[in-house]
Design a binder for this molecule. Structure first.
Ligand code: MN
Ligand code: MN
Length: 297
């Protein structure tokens, strides 16, 4: 990997570390999720980066994929997952942690399980390591705390401007035969006291460009051109479109969605309503065996 590329990845990681610290300060019980997300958006911009995706602020049985849209009335409470993506010129760091806002012993144990699992995963990262073994370390760590690893969520390889690239980093002994090669990876265990699977829920407020259909409306085309220029292939939030274009922008998004040009990610909900904790780090693995946990505080 070229040094200039490594430098940009590590820079994204440093900014992600700073955002983790900042998010821990500003996430307090009963603060609106919209305010928390806006503060995080502003902080990323201030540090000279862009969001690789909208911050996910997902509560209790929502394992992932909730970002506040205009009008969102949710406030921080329960077991809250904070998942942050940083892009420096398209080079991405992806990281998450969970916070217990109820002083609840189960929440705390779930968070410990997710943290143990991500630590076991990153310590086992190495060139030539089997991905299925990483997965089994993750589920072992979670089961040791008496919980279940969510098996239909997984980590992933990362490419420039692509958060979820081709490789899967499993959260269980998946049996896949792939081994780790030089590259950039996110590992993200989810621990639950439920059944250990997620289903699709309602719209998340997170979108991406999905197809090249046509819209007749000139303003909708203008919004689309701006999205393509600003976010390229990366996910974005409807609140960012509102900020730029106001209520008209929301109507344009509806037209673009109806035309199959925009895709809205669904929320991911634990099937049995169990509570979910997540922990995530991004790992840069080099051919010579050098390993950077780019998002480690
Ligand atoms: Mn993430
Ligand atoms: Mn991820």
């Amino acid at each position: 990997m070229e040094k200039s590329v490594i430098d940009k990845i590590l820079k994204a990681g440093k900014i992600a570390q700073e955002l983790r610290r900042y998010a821990r300060e500003i996430v307090v019980k009963n603060r609106s999720l919209f305010e928390i997300a806006t503060l995080i958006d502003e902080k990323i911009e201030k540090l000279g980066a862009k969001p690789a995706f909208p911050v996910n602020l997902s509560i209790n049985e929502i394992a992932a994929h909730h970002t506040p849209s205009v009008g969102d009335t949710f406030v921080a409470h329960g077991l809250l997952k904070v998942d942050i993506g940083i892009s420096v010129d398209g080079y991405i760091a992806d990281t998450a942690f969970s916070v217990d806002l109820e002083n609840d012993s189960v929440n705390k144990k779930l968070i410990e399980a997710a943290e143990d699992a991500v630590a076991a995963s990153v310590s086992n990262f190495g060139v030539g390591k089997k991905l299925t073994e990483i997965g089994s370390k993750i589920s072992e760590a979670i089961e040791k705390k008496g919980f279940t690893s969510i098996s239909n969520l997984s980590g992933h390889s990362i490419e420039r401007f692509v958060v979820h690239a081709g490789w899967t980093v499993p959260n269980y002994d998946s049996g896949q035969t792939d081994v780790l090669e030089e590259g950039l990876y996110a590992t993200e265990p989810f621990a639950t006291n439920g059944n250990g699977r997620v289903r699709d829920g309602k719209g998340s407020g997170i979108f991406r460009i999905d197809g090249d259909g046509n819209v007749r409306d000139r303003f909708a085309r203008e919004v689309l051109a701006w999205i393509m220029d600003e976010y390229k292939t990366l996910p974005f939030a409807s609140r960012w479109i509102y900020k730029k274009f106001g209520a008209r922008g929301m109507l344009a998004m509806k037209q673009l969605e109806a035309a199959g040009i925009l895709y809205q990610y669904p929320q991911l909900i634990e099937v049995s309503g169990g509570k979910v904790a997540q922990a995530e780090h991004t790992v840069l693995l080099l051919e010579d065996g050098t390993k950077y946990i780019t998002t480690k505080e």
